[in-house]
Design a binder for this molecule. Structure first.
Ligand SMILES: Cc1cc2nc3c(=O)[nH]c(=O)nc-3n(C[C@H](O)[C@H](O)[C@H](O)COP(=O)(O)OP(=O)(O)OC[C@H]3O[C@@H](n4cnc5c(N)ncnc54)[C@H](O)[C@@H]3O)c2cc1C
Length: 508
């Protein structure tokens, strides 16, 4: 006997996304968060990558846009830092990498609201202090404001961050590397002695011109941007100090760091956004131990910015419907294990490019400069730029079957669908959080057998000028599980659809 279907530990972006997905699917979900109040820490500045496409398919992108810090300028120009250089995706037309400004506290507020609207019980000030599992349930020990209590659940997901207690209690190893390096990133107002140039560089009284972008020195990396009317400053330097994430960085600390790295006393104005971070590259050996799962930072830490929230929220979208199938009893054998397989493979790709970014960024001297210049030259060609964009967006998940067209296992991105970004025809395509058969060619012979899976499978029809396939079976995290080629005869397509639907959704 269980009290709830799923306990989610941690109300960060991953836990709240997961809770909202489970709530959408009607699963009784309890979120335990040890902080009594939502965090106000300036961590991620927004959402980036494939999660934006997925929110569009859920029909929810407008809600997140409305919460953005600056709706008029919500989607910044597709120019992204990558290992000490900037990649410019504007040359590709529709960028494979997108971003939405939405500071993490605001993102978490939207996600929390979305989860509670769907009936999820979010308990703040309630800390998981123990857990054990048996064949029937996970038994959780909680310390709440009124003392200790126990909860039994069918499944538990540790979304409790990089120092995950759940991971520790489950005994799951977390191998990898931590770098003895501190990065500081800030936006401040420009004082009178600093003029912001049109090209993004700075003109500093008594110092001269400091160019826009990155400057590698013997002591670390410095970058600045005077675009947008504010002064953006970044430093990275080898430093063994262990800072507490709850201890905010000060302007004086940043100025001292600029002095050490660049050798310049750069006047800084009022702080608008101040962050400091150290980096680790780690991944849990498994994301599952029986009824206990890991997601988000608890499962992986990446040594470059801008990718972690995307990865954690995509973990959540991959896991929610699989847990639902298990709670409801229709999940085919092995479905829950595909979570670890798919999301570990995706994190491997993210580790690959973020580790490479560290090497690219930290390479010093003329050799390092030459490496970055050469890399940038290569990254102006379409194919490498597309590949880098897909890696950064988290759509290169490293295991798609490329013999099928469109590739099975790949995300159904706008590019795969031959559609515009935010094509209104696909807003809400995966709005119920369930898999969908997308019929692009009025194929009644495929729609009819799909209906045998009832509420497990939505059937959606659309027309496109140029279609990539006659029909696609799309999983709730927007990955393609099966495709019928254009004009594929009914005899082969129907049996292949039945087989794919049975593999993912069990017997009809
Ligand atoms: C300065 C800084 C800047 C960043 N910038 C970016 C960025 O631009 N883009 C990006 O994608 N990422 C960024 N990140 C990383 C991003 O913030 C994290 O990847 C993200 O917060 C991870 O989300 P999560 O939900 O997995 O874990 P967390 O956000 O760490 O949430 C875990 C939650 O679990 C709770 N918890 C822990 N233990 C327990 C327990 N025993 N019981 C109950 N609750 C518990 C914690 O209180 C916490 O609320 C940045 C991080 C930092 C520090």
């Amino acid at each position: 006997m269980v009290d709830v279907d799923v306990v989610v530990v941690g109300a960060g972006p991953t836990g709240l996304m997961l809770a909202g997905e489970l709530g959408l699917l009607g699963i009784r979900t309890l979120v335990l968060e040890r902080r009594p109040e939502p965090s106000t820490l300036a961590k991620a500045g927004g959402l980036a990558g494939q999660i934006l496409q997925l929110l569009h398919y859920r029909g929810e992108l407008d809600r997140f846009r409305a919460a953005s810090s600056d709706p008029e300028d919500a989607e910044p120009a597709p120019r992204f830092p990558f290992g000490g250089v900037h990649l410019d995706f504007t040359r590709l037309g529709a960028s494979p990498m997108r971003a939405l400004r939405l500071p993490q506290p605001r993102l978490e507020a939207v996600l929390a609201e979305r989860a509670t609207e769907r009936g999820v019980d979010v308990r703040r000030g309630h800390e998981l202090v123990g857990l054990r599992q048996d064949d029937d349930a996970v038994h959780v020990q909680v310390r709440g404001p009124q003392g200790r209590y126990a909860v039994a659940a069918a499944y538990l997901v540790g979304c409790d961050g990089g120092r995950s207690r759940v991971r520790e209690l489950a005994g799951i190893p977390f191998p990898g590397t931590s770098f003895p390096e501190i990065e500081r990133l800030a936006t401040v107002t420009a004082p009178d002695s600093v003029t912001l140039r049109e090209d993004g560089g700075l003109e500093v009284d008594g110092v001269g011109t400091i160019p826009f972008g990155y400057t590698a020195t013997e002591h670390g990396v410095f970058a600045c941007s005077g675009l947008g009317g504010t002064l953006g400053v970044y430093t990275a330097e080898v430093e063994a100090t262990e800072y507490d994430d709850n201890e905010p960085m000060t302007v004086a600390e940043l100025r001292a760091s600029v002095r050490r790295v660049l050798g310049v006393d750069l006047p800084l104005g009022e702080p608008l956004r101040m962050t400091r971070f150290g980096y680790s590259a780690r991944q849990a050996d498994s994301y599952r131990d029986g009824r206990v799962f890991l997601a988000g930072d608890a499962a992986h830490l990446f040594p470059a910015g801008g990718v972690a929230v995307n990865a954690g929220m995509l973990d959540a979208a991959n896991l929610a419907w699989k847990l639902t199938g298990s709670v409801r009893g229709w999940a085919p054998g092995g479905l829950l294990d595909t979570y670890t397989q798919e999301r570990r493979a995706a994190a491997e790709r993210t580790l690959l490019h973020t580790r490479a970014q560290v090497a690219l960024r930290r390479a010093h001297g003329p050799g390092g400069d030459a490496l970055r210049r050469l890399f940038l030259e290569l990254a102006t060609d379409e194919q490498p730029l597309r590949r880098l964009g897909a890696l950064m967006a988290g759509t290169d998940v490293g295991e798609s079957r490329t013999d099928a067209h469109p590739p099975v296992g790949a995300y159904a991105t706008d590019r795969v669908l031959h559609a515009d970004q935010d094509d209104p025809r696909f807003a809400g395509l995966l709005g119920n959080g369930r898999p969908a058969l997308l019929d692009l060619a009025d194929r009644g012979d495929l729609r009819e057998p799909a209906r045998h899976w009832g509420e497990r499978l939505d059937v959606v029809s659309a027309t496109l000028d140029e279609r990539p396939a006659d029909a696609l079976l799309i999983l709730p995290d927007a990955r393609i599980a099966w495709a019928a080629a254009v004009h594929e005869p009914g005899e082969t397509a129907v049996s292949a659809l039945r087989e794919a639907a049975t593999t993912w959704l069990g017997h009809p």
